[in-house]
Design a protein around this ligand. Structure first.
Ligand SMILES: CC(C)(COP(=O)(O)OP(=O)(O)OC[C@H]1O[C@@H](n2cnc3c(N)ncnc32)[C@H](O)[C@@H]1OP(=O)(O)O)[C@@H](O)C(=O)NCCC(=O)NCCS
Length: 152
């Protein structure tokens, strides 16, 4: 398994993973094409050419924000999410970001567990932030230098 920046040819596979991940924002192909053009920063995890997961992030002031992130359901709990998060946090360190931020559906216990084990803490709640279905968002953050090295 390796990771590399998102390319235009990855978008179809990313959309397939996204459509089997109702927890994440359902973006369009053109959103991911923007990542492939470098308007956002994104990576895929690939195994022998097969895309198994993706991560999209951006810089906001002195922070980085994780915007969308999912692993193929059949390939979860094998460390792929961990690797993609590590890549994003390493990039955050390179661009001198102080913190990583993200929002997650309040009912997304798997993601909350994933992030909390990796040094993220819940710092806020945005009531009724999500639609379809309506749900609160929890705001999580980790200090980049202090997030665990993530190889657990
Ligand atoms: C969150 C996500 C990206 C993690 O990817 P992954 O490849 O499974 O992650 P890893 O294998 O590196 O780590 C798995 C860890 O996450 C946590 N986790 C994952 N699924 C879990 C579940 N169903 N229940 C509890 N903890 C869970 C555990 O800490 C687990 O570690 P363990 O297997 O040692 O117990 C993946 O579950 C996913 O795509 N979820 C749907 C999309 C999503 O929620 N994205 C995040 C929103 S910002």
């Amino acid at each position: 398994m390796n990771t590399r920046p998102i390319e235009s040819r990855d978008v179809e596979s990313i959309l397939e993973i996204q459509s089997s991940s109702p927890e994440v924002a359902q973006w369009t192909a053109s959103d991911y094409q923007r990542a492939a053009r470098g308007e956002m920063t994104g990576w895929v995890a690939a195994d022998e050419g097969r895309i198994l997961g993706f991560m999209v992030a951006r810089r906001t002031a002195g922070d980085i924000e994780i915007l969308n992130f999912a692993v193929n359901p059949a390939a979860r709990r094998r460390g792929i999410g961990n690797t993609l998060l590590r890549v994003a946090l390493d990039w955050g360190a390179e661009v001198n970001a102080e913190r990583a931020l993200l929002e997650v559906r309040a009912s997304n216990f798997a993601a909350l567990h994933f992030y909390e084990r990796r040094g993220f803490r819940v710092v806020g709640r945005r009531p009724r932030y999500y639609v379809a279905p309506i749900e609160d968002a929890l705001l999580l953050t980790a200090e980049i230098g202090r997030a665990p090295a993530v190889s657990l």
